[in-house]
Design a binder for this molecule. Structure first.
Ligand SMILES: [Zn+2]
Ligand SMILES: [Zn+2]
Length: 368
């Protein structure tokens, strides 16, 4: 529950506008982060003071706050029960100052883990199952994740009475300020163990290499991150497991390039086939398709094979396969081929270099 705005400003509920303003000015000055270097508590106090003033200085919001509490005083953010200040107040009153965050009594959750999964091109396109190994924390079997040796007794922590955190109540410049921090005796567990497990030194978990099977859905791409809920490290002493994030890397393909859900292939086509047309048995990733190349095909023309691309990650259907033609000039002409080509040039009246080591080929080799 967020703090009471009146308590934060240290004023009575019937304080008038001038009193609200006075209290705010004084507290804001005292708790301003610029005046409290390195005191993370001051920053939190400052935010609480600002939040309180924002509501109580606005007659309409103050009236709603008086009537409905924090739920009524929200700013222009419907659906946010704390009017945008929920996280601040939770940090302030629920979690202790500084790096604590939202620690509560009870089992501490385990850490989230990350790993990289390298896939072949086809594995990413069509999906696959892959075994991976992660270094993670697993429950200690010797103590059944309790952290206590056999015969050891687990008792309630005296320091925090089992709450896992200790609270300090101070009459400070903010009126009554309650701050919590993790109990130093039990480290937030709320209980103490008389004789900790020797395998895990009382942690209730051990670090181990663990094999996992990852189901990769068809259509994933480089940069996809898979979240495996509950497959991260288990928490200490029976705490719930964190998540495992798997970052996908995809190897290049020798023939195809991926553009989203489409595949692109650059087809090198001899000048004769480009000029006269041909039929090609084209090998896609998972089928053989008949590709008709019409007469007079030029470099840069694209033929689209619908549905021969990458399956859509969400929903049905697949992308397309695009075949882009690059007309290939023969570079290995033998005597007969050259003779035919010269004859062809002559019939079209296209002047060409004389046979043998012509000027152009000498120039070309000079520039290589
Ligand atoms: Zn153990
Ligand atoms: Zn304790």
């Amino acid at each position: 529950m967020p703090a009471d705005h009146y308590e934060v400003l240290g004023i009575a509920r019937d304080a008038d506008a001038a009193e609200v303003k006075r209290a705010y000015r004084r507290l804001a000055r005292e708790s301003h982060p610029d005046a409290n270097h390195g005191d993370s508590g001051a920053e939190v106090r400052f935010k609480a003071v600002s939040a309180a003033y924002e509501v109580l200085s606005d007659p309409e919001r103050r009236a709603r706050y008086d009537r409905f509490g924090h739920e009524g005083a929200g700013a222009a953010r419907p659906g946010d029960p704390f009017g945008g200040f929920g996280d601040i107040f939770e940090t302030f009153f629920g979690g202790g100052f500084g790096a604590g965050g939202r620690r509560r009594a009870g089992p501490t959750p385990g850490e989230d883990l990350e790993t990289v999964l390298e896939l072949d091109f086809e594995e990413a396109v069509f999906g696959c199952e892959r075994e991976i190994t992660v270094r993670t924390a697993v429950a200690c079997t010797a103590c059944e994740a309790t952290g206590a040796s056999a015969g050891s007794s687990v008792g309630r922590c005296e320091t925090c009475q089992g709450a896992g955190q200790v609270q300090r109540v101070r009459q400070s410049l903010l009126g009554q300020v309650v701050s919590s921090s993790i109990c130093p005796t039990c480290s937030g567990r709320g209980e103490t163990i008389s004789d900790p497990c020797t395998s895990c030194r009382g942690e209730g978990r051990l670090v181990e290499e663990r094999a996992l099977t990852v189901h990769v859905r068809a259509g994933v791409d480089e940069g996809t991150t898979l979240r495996l809920s509950g497959r991260g490290a288990v928490g200490p002493r029976g705490g719930p497991a964190g998540d495992l994030y798997v970052h996908v890397r995809v190897a290049d393909h020798a023939v195809f390039e991926r553009h989203g859900y489409d595949l692109v292939h650059r087809l090198s086509l001899p000048v004769t086939q480009a000029a006269l047309g041909t039929t090609i048995d084209f090998q896609t990733l998972d089928s053989t398709e008949v590709l008709e190349i019409p007469r007079g095909t030029r470099t840069g023309e694209v033929f689209r094979m619908r549905g021969r691309g990458v399956p859509h990650l969400e929903g049905r259907g697949r992308g397309d396969l695009l075949v882009e033609v690059v007309v290939d000039t023969p570079t290995d002409l033998d005597g007969e081929g050259e003779a035919l080509l010269r004859q062809f040039a002559e019939t079209r009246g296209e002047p060409v270099a004389p046979p043998g080591e012509g000027m152009f080929s000498r120039l070309r080799s000079a520039f290589r």
